[in-house]
Design a protein around this ligand. Structure first.
Ligand SMILES: [Ca+2]
Ligand SMILES: [Ca+2]
Ligand SMILES: [Ca+2]
Ligand SMILES: [Ca+2]
Length: 275
C-alpha cells in the first residue's frame, strides 16, 4: 500500500509538473504569438537560433532544428558544419557520407541538386530520386523532363565524374593511359558500347566497353571499360586504379564499370582533362 500510494504521489506530482510546464510554455509563447500576429509576415531570413542558417533553410533544406543551433550535439553549429561540408545531422560525417533518407543519393548530391534529402521522391511522381538520377529524368519536377548526362575524366587525379545537368552526382577512381600511350584530352562522344570487347592490338578482353570518339580518337580506338582480362583468365588487379598504366583507355574497377555502362547512353559527351 505504501508503495502504491508512493506511486500515486509520484504520478500526481508528475502531472503537476507537466501542467506547470505547459502553462509556462504557454506564457512564453504568448508574447511570441502576439508578436507574430502584429507582424505582417515573418522574414524568410530570420535565424532564431543564430547558427548562420535561416529558419526556412533549416526546415526545408537541411532538416535541422531552427531552435537548436547544434542539431546533432557535436559542439559545432549547424551553419558551420554545412559550410565545411559536414552533416549537421550526423556526428563526424561529411555530407557526402550521409544519406538521410536512405534512397541511395548522398546528402551532398541532394543539396547540390536541390532535391529533398529527407524524402525519397522529391517531386512525388512515383519514381524515387535515385531512379530519376539513374535514368536522367529531373527529380525536381513531376514533368517527364530529361536532363543532359555527361562524363568528365581527370587524368591527373585519376578520377571519373558523372554529371546530370552539369551537376556532379558521383565519382569513381580510374586508370588512364601511361606516359608513352596517353589518353587524349578534349571533348568526345560515346558512340558504341559492348558488354565485352576484344582488343586485337593489346590481345586482351575489355568488359563493359564504351567507345568514345572525336578529334584524335578515331572509332574503336579509345574506350572506358572495366579492368582488362587476358585470354588465360588473368584479370588486372584493382591496385592499378589511381595509377596511369593503360594503353590509352580509361579503366574502371569491378562494379563501377558495369554501373557506368548502364548509366551512360550512346551520345553522352565525355570531357577528358588534365584536372
Ligand atoms: Ca538557424
Ligand atoms: Ca553540430
Ligand atoms: Ca538521399
Ligand atoms: Ca520522383
Amino acid at each position: 500500500m505504501r508503495w502504491v500510494s508512493g506511486m500515486q504521489q509520484r504520478i500526481s506530482s508528475f502531472h503537476k509538473y507537466y501542467a506547470l510546464f505547459f502553462f509556462g510554455a504557454f506564457l512564453v509563447c504568448l508574447p511570441l504569438r502576439v508578436g507574430a500576429e502584429t507582424l505582417p509576415s515573418i522574414s524568410p531570413a530570420i535565424d532564431s537560433d543564430a547558427d548562420g542558417l535561416s529558419d526556412q533553410e533549416e526546415l526545408s533544406r537541411y532538416h535541422t532544428s531552427p531552435q537548436i543551433a547544434d542539431t546533432d550535439g557535436d559542439k559545432v553549429g549547424d551553419g558551420e558544419e554545412v559550410q565545411k561540408g559536414y552533416s549537421p545531422l550526423v556526428v563526424g560525417k561529411k555530407l557526402s557520407e550521409v544519406d538521410t533518407d536512405a534512397d541511395g543519393v548522398m546528402d551532398s548530391v541532394e543539396l547540390a541538386f536541390g532535391t529533398n534529402l529527407a524524402n525519397t521522391d522529391t517531386d512525388a511522381d512515383g519514381f524515387s530520386d535515385s531512379i530519376e538520377f539513374f535514368s536522367g529524368y529531373d527529380p525536381r519536377t513531376a514533368e517527364p523532363k530529361l536532363l543532359q548526362k555527361s562524363v568528365r575524366i581527370h587524368t591527373v587525379s585519376q578520377r571519373l565524374d558523372y554529371e546530370l545537368d552539369g551537376i556532379l552526382i558521383g565519382s569513381y577512381i580510374v586508370s588512364t593511359g601511361k606516359k608513352s600511350t596517353p589518353t587524349p584530352t578534349g571533348v568526345f562522344t560515346i558512340t558504341k558500347k559492348a558488354p565485352r570487347a576484344w582488343s586485337r592490338s593489346a590481345q586482351l578482353w575489355m568488359p563493359w566497353w564504351m567507345n568514345f570518339t572525336g578529334t584524335r580518337a578515331p572509332s574503336g580506338m579509345y574506350a572506358v571499360h572495366e579492368l582488362p582480362e587476358w585470354p588465360g583468365g588473368k584479370k588486372e588487379g584493382e591496385k592499378h586504379l589511381g595509377i596511369p598504366v593503360s594503353h590509352g583507355c580509361v579503366r574502371l574497377g569491378i562494379g563501377s564499370a558495369k554501373y557506368m555502362y548502364d548509366w551512360t547512353p550512346i551520345g553522352t559527351p565525355v570531357t577528358i582533362q588534365k584536372d
